[in-house]
Design a protein around this ligand. Structure first.
Ligand SMILES: NC(=O)c1ccc[n+]([C@@H]2O[C@H](COP(=O)([O-])OP(=O)(O)OC[C@H]3O[C@@H](n4cnc5c(N)ncnc54)[C@H](OP(=O)(O)O)[C@@H]3O)[C@@H](O)[C@H]2O)c1
Length: 296
């Protein structure tokens, strides 16, 4: 029996846990902040359900084979008590979050050789604790190597497509390049498509080009198509759409993953001597909006 604990059973953690729980060889434990009874996920393949063990008290947690962390990036430090209890001699810890700094964010909590950074493309929304809609087929990327291959193996019997990549860095930065535009609707509180103009395109293009330039300086291979696709996505976004999780988080009055999504472009741009004026201005404006926002 493989034991797997999921810290943060929200939209992503709940969906991943529900898929893994379909495998009778896996014992899943949900490490939750808000209590939940069970998981019910509407997937593109139909509804899947699961009744894993649910813990809300870290003191009750025991060492497991795998820990999957799926909190927002601003909640990293609050996972410390769980990690202290869940890590045994051979436990590996997969970080399923957006951004490009999975290892840096957890380096003070987990030995680097145990960490598996995970890029996930899986749009999911939680309507209540344990109630999730997975909108499209899910894709997971991890670095090549033993930890990465073992993590991929966990998903062999799921509908989530997991693969290990020699050039994982590019996977992370390609995702971030697409995500970098979401700060605009988080500021304007509406989709960019209906208010598209040459000036709006210049802002969107600036955000994306800056991200791609910094990613390339970090060593990522980001085809220009990725930049053009991100601009096209912003142009085509529909009236009324919640354009990404930082927009949704701002509407809900939650903290936002601004540092992990755009602040990082400014910080790493500084390191490489690359100017990132568009990201810097929008990060500063969003930080000044009065919304809760945690600086890293
Ligand atoms: N949703 C998507 O479509 C999507 C797609 C790709 C990537 N991502 C990324 O995946 C990550 C997770 O996003 P999400 O959308 O799944 O967020 P989410 O729905 O807000 O889920 C986060 C979960 O973490 C829980 N949590 C926070 N601190 C905790 C702690 N100390 N102990 C236990 N649980 C804790 C939250 O508890 P509560 O129940 O109390 O809130 C919540 O259940 C983010 O980095 C996001 O950017 C999301």
């Amino acid at each position: 029996m493989t034991t797997i604990a999921v810290i943060g059973p929200g939209a992503i953690g709940g969906t991943v846990a529900a898929w893994l729980a379909q495998n009778p060889d896996f014992a899943i434990t949900l490490c939750a902040r808000t209590p939940l009874d069970d998981l019910r996920v509407e997937t593109p393949r139909g509804v899947i359900t699961a009744t894993p063990e649910v813990l809300t008290d870290p003191a009750l947690a025991r060492p497991v084979d795998w820990v999957l962390v799926a909190t927002k990036t601003y909640d990293v430090d609050s996972t410390r008590l769980w990690l202290e209890r869940l890590l045994g001699g051979n436990t590996r810890v997969a970080i399923i979050q957006n951004g490009v700094e999975h290892v840096r964010l957890f380096s003070h909590l987990v030995p680097a050789e145990r960490l598996v950074p995970v890029m996930i493309n899986l749009p999911a929304v939680r309507s209540a604790p344990g109630r999730i809609a997975q909108h499209r087929h899910g894709i997971i990327a991890v670095p090549a190597g033993r930890n990465g291959s073992d993590f991929v193996e966990l998903f062999a019997q799921t509908e989530i497509e997991a693969a290990a990549h020699e050039d994982f860095l590019s996977q992370l930065w390609i995702k971030l390049t697409g995500n970098s535009i979401a700060i605009v609707p988080a500021l304007t509180l509406r989709a960019t498509g209906p208010v598209w103009s040459a000036d709006m395109e210049a802002i969107i293009r600036g955000l994306v080009e800056e991200c791609a330039a910094v990613g390339r300086a970090e060593g990522a291979d980001i085809p220009q198509d990725v930049v053009e696709q991100a601009v096209a996505n912003a142009r085509n976004s529909q009236e009324g759409a919640i354009a990404g999780s930082i927009h949704a988080d701002r509407l809900a009055g939650h903290p936002m993953e601004v540092d992990a999504r755009n602040g990082v472009i400014v910080r790493l741009g500084e390191k490489h001597g690359i100017a990132t004026p568009m990201n810097r201005v929008l990060v500063t404006l969003l930080a000044g909006s009065g919304s809760p926002w945690v600086e890293k």
